[in-house]
Ligand binder design. Structure first.
Ligand code: UDP
Ligand code: GLC
Ligand code: MN
Length: 337
């Protein structure tokens, strides 16, 4: 098992917090595989030091190395963005097989069985299910594949400006060639799916193995009160799947904050400190208090008023009526105005 690894990426200090929680969640569920994090040179030394305590290998990859063919491709297409740094994971050739996980994912149970799968295995993207979501995927490091991926970037670019577009272009028979490469959705459960198909979430969400906090607002964008277990702030958006968000914060506060405090002193580290916040500051500081998903059936997104909140908490959500996606969206739209 020493030649297999879970791999994640953090190009900056904010995402490094996600990587810390992800690493801890993998350890807590007793993975037998190695843990590797790719970091950008901008990740500060104290953060790298915490990462070294959680991960077997903290590898600095140069996001702006002009000698790197990927970067030359980026020069032509600057919109491709830093997520292309993810492609570096194919260079980890000391491992024969790896599972890449976004830094904004959280593991809810042991998922070592993913190593039974082949490259390129991934779950459908909730927005366009003929594409796979590149937040969780099984791959085989290979210099040859890495080279081909860079060549693909240069010649074809990325249809979404990030790694997911490149990878779906490159592994373009994923949707049709081999069903064993379709990971069950519970290995990459994202908020968008919960909003768009609440009954399915109610039915299957309890089997979630990996939750993916996909989208602009990340768990570390919020503020947490460990006494009351309240999560507040974020952006204008209402929190996405609050029960999972509380799982993230509970693990962060109990396991990661003490390590950060050893590095930085007694700062609380419980506020949306984190630098890659969205620029707009018209914040709706709605607070959501929820039970952890590990002690309860999956909870649906909690919206607005105390009354609605209580009903949700009592499991009385009216999925097809009052709490339908349209109504939730309308509510979100009022936040955005
Ligand atoms: N990432 C990073 N720095 C960034 C943006 C992204 O390290 O500034 C990495 C990180 O591992 C992150 C992944 O790239 O989880 C994909 O980005 P993100 O999760 O924000 O995309 P989403 O899943 O929301 O589409
Ligand atoms: C997706 C994926 C993410 C990827 C991004 C850019 O939404 O969740 O992992 O980095 O698109 O392609
Ligand atoms: Mn992500």
């Amino acid at each position: 098992m020493a030649d297999q690894a879970f791999v994640t990426l953090a190009t900056n200090d904010s995402y490094s917090l996600g990587a810390m929680v992800l690493g801890k969640s993998l350890r807590n569920h007793n993975t037998t595989r190695k843990l590797v994090v790719l970091v950008g040179p901008n990740v500060s030394e104290p953060r790298q030091s915490v990462l070294r305590r959680i991960y077997d290998d903290v590898k600095v990859v140069d996001v702006l190395d002009s000698g790197d063919t990927a970067h030359l491709a980026l020069m032509k297409r600057p919109d491709l963005g830093v997520t292309l740094t993810k492609l570096h994971c194919w260079t980890l050739t000391q491992y024969s097989k790896c599972v890449f996980m976004d830094a904004d994912t959280l593991v809810l149970s042991n998922i070592d069985e993913l190593f039974d799968r082949e490259e390129l295995s991934a779950a459908p993207d909730p927005g366009w299910p003929d594409c796979f979501n590149s937040g969780v995927f099984v791959f085989r490091p290979s210099v040859e594949t890495y080279g081909k991926l860079l060549q693909y970037c240069t010649e074809k670019g990325s249809f979404d400006g990030g790694d997911q577009g490149v990878l779906n272009g490159f592994f373009n028979d994923w949707a049709t060639a081999d069903i064993s490469k379709h990971l069950p959705f519970v290995y990459n459960l994202s908020s968008i799916a919960i909003y768009t198909y609440l009954p399915a979430f109610k039915q299957f969400g309890g089997s979630a193995k990996v939750v993916h906090f996909l989208g602009q607002t990340k768990p570390w964008s919020y503020t947490f009160d460990p006494q009351t277990k309240q999560i507040s702030g974020g952006s204008q958006e209402a929190p996405t799947h609050p029960a999972f968000l509380l799982d993230w914060w509970t693990l962060y506060a109990s396991a990661v904050v003490p390590m950060l405090q050893e590095q930085y002193g007694d700062e609380p580290f419980l506020t949306g400190c984190m630098e890659s916040q969205e620029s707009d500051t018209t914040v709706t500081t709605e607070t959501v208090q929820v039970e952890s998903s590990s002690s309860h059936a999956p909870m649906e997104p909690v919206m607005s008023s105390e009354q609605r909140k209580e009903q949700w908490e009592q499991g009385q959500a009216d999925y097809m009526g009052m709490d339908s996606f349209d109504n939730i969206k309308r509510k979100l739209d009022t936040f955005l105005k």
